[in-house]
Design a protein around this ligand. Sequence first.
Ligand code: IMP
Ligand code: MG
Length: 180
Amino acid sequence: MEKDVKSILISEEEIKQICKRLGEQITRDYEGKNLLVVSVLKGSIMFMADLLREIKCLCQIDFLSVSSYSGTKTTGVVKFKKDLDIDPDGMDILIVEDILDSGVTLSYLSGVLMGRNANSIKICTLLDKPANRRADIKADYVGKVIPDEFVIGYGLDYDEKYRNLPYIGILAPSVYGGEE
Ligand code: IMP
Ligand code: MG
């Protein structure tokens, strides 16, 4: 598996620092609010688990699943695969995502949740890849802005693999038939 990683972009230690910094910010901003932390499956699972441990105010958590991706290119079509269990009416929602790329997924999700009377909606993304942005959307909390490379690990996949790498790496182009 490790031989398919061209280089390590974000180390385990740096990920830890990012979670701590974002957790402190979120704790400050949501103290006394009705926080519902929503993880977008499956890419955000590791980030969600580590970030939650750095959030020190009361919150509820939930999970949803959408898909807009196959291989390394986005299809632009978003599908709901698993909805929330908790009613977002009146809640202050924090969407936790692995990566903000074209922005199509998150702008669709924010729209749907807004229509369900959430009190507020903010976005926390571990990675921000602004090079491919197509939707007019910005994250409120960003772990790290990254260059236009296909990344894997720490929850992020290529064709459902590599999610279990403990760091974020750049996928070797040879794996998907690209140029070195
Ligand atoms: P968007 O709708 O284009 O912003 O795409 C969001 C989703 O695409 C993310 O939640 C990821 O699952 C996936 N994605 C985008 N870029 C990458 C990448 O570099 N590696 C792995 N998955 C990615
Ligand atoms: Mg994803």
